[in-house]
Design a protein around this ligand. Structure first.
Ligand code: SAM
Length: 240
């Protein structure tokens, strides 16, 4: 994983992220609604971004501590506006070794960026308190399927059955795959959306004029004349 590139792209897209990441915002709401209504002592959020989950969670949940980790430093100012109680930690979640355990670990639309998810699942286990919950979303194999003919996706999207194999030692409460389809007027609008949400984070190659022309000519157009972009969110709730 080219961490510096991921960091650069997300940091650049922060100002446009909130208005454009409509699917991620919906996912954050849905994810938080899957939690039991109870008070958590220590909460850890991984890849907090501009705080879609943070905002959902701090309203109506009582906690003693809330640590929110992201490797993009500029996220801190977004979080401070949401709640001064949230402790922002700027670091790579793969290098995060806290000296305490958490009774809730939560993450929205971020864990597809970690190098080896199965290794990360093992690494995070000792950080989760016994009886604690680890709830997160990531994306399934059909995510951005319309883009597949134009770019090689460096991210690994897993099927539900592949994911289940990685959850050894956890109890699976929920694993649910869904589909969200966005529609755009033109193929160029699709590209703009991807850029505005930072999801182009791993592609370092600039498209030539002919790449762009090819994209505009070949991007699939629906019967209604619009361009669809498929998201495939997977919601997961694990216990230990
Ligand atoms: C698609 S955004 C999701 C943000 C937020 N969770 C939301 O619901 O909108 C992914 C976030 O994960 C962060 N991220 C990706 N890989 C990371 C890593 N290895 N360590 C820390 N943060 C990471 C990015 O900086 C970005 O803010």
């Amino acid at each position: 994983m080219q961490k510096s590139l991921i960091k650069k792209r997300f940091s650049k897209s922060l100002t446009t992220y909130c208005d454009n990441a409509v699917v991620q915002r919906k996912m954050a709401k849905e994810l938080v609604s899957m939690l039991e209504k109870k008070n958590y002592k220590n909460i850890l959020e991984l890849g907090c971004g501009t705080g879609f989950v943070t905002a959902e969670l701090v309203n109506g949940t009582e906690f003693e501590s809330y640590d929110a980790v992201d490797m993009v430093l500029e996220c801190e100012s977004y979080l401070k506006k949401i709640s001064p109680q949230v402790n922002f930690i700027c670091c790579d979640i793969e290098d995060f070794h806290p000296d305490k355990t958490y009774d809730l670990i939560i993450s929205n639309a971020s864990l597809q960026w970690v190098g080896e998810l199965s290794e990360f699942m093992e690494k995070i286990k000792p950080v989760l308190k016994s009886g604690g919950s680890f709830v997160f979303t990531l994306f399934g194999e059909d995510n951005f399927k319309e883009m597949a003919q134009f770019v090689t996706n460096p991210l690994k999207y897993y099927s539900v059955s592949e994911l289940k194999e990685m959850f050894f030692g956890y109890k699976i409460d929920i694993i649910m795959e869904t589909t969200e389809i966005l529609e755009f007027e033109t193929p160029k609008d699709v590209l703009k959306h991807i850029k505005n949400t930072g999801v182009n984070a791993l592609s370092d190659t600039r498209w030539t004029k002919s790449d762009l022309k090819n994209f505009e000519e070949k991007y699939p157009i629906n019967a209604n004349g619009k361009c669809s972009l498929t998201y495939q969110p997977i919601y997961i709730k694990l216990e230990i």
